[in-house]
Structure formats: C-alpha cells, structure tokens
Design a protein around this ligand. Structure first.
Ligand code: OAD
Length: 264
C-alpha cells in the first residue's frame, strides 16, 4: 500500500468503471456515529442484544427502541460533500458506476445516488419476522416500548412481530445483492476498473473482501479513510483523512466541474 500524500485525481475516462464501497465513516461528517470508534454505536449498545435475531426474540422492544432512535437521528441528518460527490460521479458514469454501501442511514439516496446496493439493509424499511411479505417503506418510531405486529400474517390470532430490514450478525446478506456486485465487477474488468473503499474499518465480511475480488480482476484499488483500517495493505493507494474533504478533490470536484449540486 502506498500512502499518498499528494492530491491525486481519479480521471473519469470513457472506459472507466467505478465500484465504490462505503462504510459508516462516509456519514460521520453528517453527524451519524460510526460503529467501532471509542464513542461509537457498539461501545454503548451490546451488539448481541440489538443486532442479532436471538436478541430481538428476547427483547423486541429494546431492539425497536434502538432502531427508532437511529431513525429519529438520521431524519435530522443531511448528506455531506462525500455523499454528494459520489452522486455527481454516478451522474457522469451512468451504468459504469455502482455503489455498494454497508450504511443503512439512507444518506446516499438523499444525496441522489441511484445505482446502489444497500448490503446491510435499510433503516427505512421494515419487514415481517415471519411471513414472506416484502419489506415496506417505514419511518415510524417505537420509542415507548411498543412492538409493531404484522397486519398480513398471524399465528393463532397473534400477528408475528415486524422487524427492521437490517442484516443482523449471524444473518446472510441477500444473494441477489452480492450477485449484482459481482456481475458489475466482472463487466468492469473488461474496461478500466477502479475500486474505491471509503470510511470502513475493513473487518466485516463480505464487504471487507471486495478489495480482493477487485484486485484479482485487475482493478486499481483506492482507499479513503480517517485511519488505516484492518485491510489497508490490500489497497494500492491510501488517502488518509475525512471523506467529505478527500472525495471532492479525488474526482476533481473542487471547482465543481461535474455540476455537483450542494458542494461548496
Ligand atoms: P466502522 O465504525 O467499523 O468503521 C468506520 C471507519 O470509518 C473507521 O475506519 C474510521 O477510521 C473511518 N472514519 C471515521 N470518520 C471518517 C471520515 N470522516 N472520513 C473517512 N473515514 C472516516 O464502520 P463500518 O466499517 O461501516 O453492520 O462497519 C461495518 C459494519 O459493521 C456496519 O455496516 C455494521 C457494523 O456492525 C451491521 O450493522 C450489519
């Protein structure tokens, strides 16, 4: 890994295909807490109680309170220049762009990103913990100990519980999502393939393994992160700092040549 102290630019040539992986760090400058910082979400909330199926079965009210607080907080947050830059780059590249995010906060969509795979689900979707009803849009908050029930199904008159559409520890990611990322990478490898990871500690798989997949397919591998993450050595170029500052420069958006609305 080269730690790059210059101000390099990823030129968006006609044959450039860009796969971006984002993590909690990209939303930090919007005021959303990351997970593994000393004051991060997992420091103050026991993972096994709020982010596992057994935890939900044991205390669904606690789990709903946790995600309701996150909904309430995320509603008040706005995309930062990192999110806005990625949306602007997508407008330029069209189908030669894909954003795989581990974030559930919805800020990439708020910024205008459309070609997006939300690998770990979404704070803004709810599903039934029992029946096959598809996930549905939901911004409701359950802060008072209420646990919502499914209106579609019901066992012996008692409806099953609704749950947040979040991939919890011990659960599988949606295979269609992984296939979409893989298909994109395979197609990208026929052109100039660039892989960029932003704001992620590189410890949660399969997201942390995408850099290996990309490198095997011949991609240029870039990393923009506040600190060197676990898998930093797998990247060819590492830019250390805040993504809201690095990304506009990395795509030469300082002068706003891609027409990125909302950038300073
Ligand atoms: P982490 O909290 O593990 O890591 C966030 C990373 O962002 C750290 O490496 C920070 O150094 C970096 N960072 C912080 N502020 C930054 C900034 N302004 N600019 C750039 N980088 C910054 O979050 P994730 O890697 O996203 O899963 O965590 C992965 C998954 O673990 C999450 O999706 C979540 C969690 O358990 C689920 O909930 C399923």
């Amino acid at each position: 890994m080269e730690r790059d102290q210059r101000s390099p630019v990823i030129a968006l040539t006609d044959d450039t295909w860009l796969l971006v992986l984002t993590g909690a760090g990209v939303s930090a400058e919007s005021g959303i807490p990351t997970f593994r910082a000393s004051d991060g979400l997992w420091e103050n909330h026991p993972v096994d109680k709020v982010a596992t199926l057994p935890g939900f079965r044991a205390d669904p009210a606690l789990v709903w309170r946790f995600y309701s607080e996150r909904r309430a907080h995320a509603k008040r947050c706005s995309p930062n220049p990192g999110h806005l830059t990625l949306a602007a780059v997508e407008r330029q590249l069209g189908d030669r762009f894909l954003l795989a995010t581990q974030n559930v906060d919805g800020l990439h969509r708020k910024a205008g990103s459309q070609r997006i795979v939300e690998m770990h689900g979404s704070l803004w979707l709810t599903r039934c913990s029992d029946c096959n009803r598809p996930p549905f849009a939901d911004e409701a908050e359950y802060l008072d100990g209420t646990v919502p029930g499914c209106k579609v199904c019901g066992t012996s008159g008692r409806p099953a519980l609704l749950r947040p559409h979040i991939v919890w520890f011990g659960e599988m990611l949606d295979p269609d999502d992984l296939q979409r990322i893989d298909d994109f990478a395979q197609t990208a490898s026929r052109g100039r393939f660039v892989f960029l990871a932003v704001g992620t500690s590189g410890v949660v798989y399969p997201a942390a393994g995408l850099v290996r997949v990309a490198a095997r397919l011949g991609a240029e591998t870039w990393l923009a992160n506040a600190e060197p993450p676990e898998n930093a050595s797998l990247f060819r170029s590492f830019l250390q700092g805040k993504s809201g500052e690095i990304l506009p420069r990395l795509f030469s958006l300082d002068g706003n040549p891609l027409g990125c609305a909302g950038l300073p």
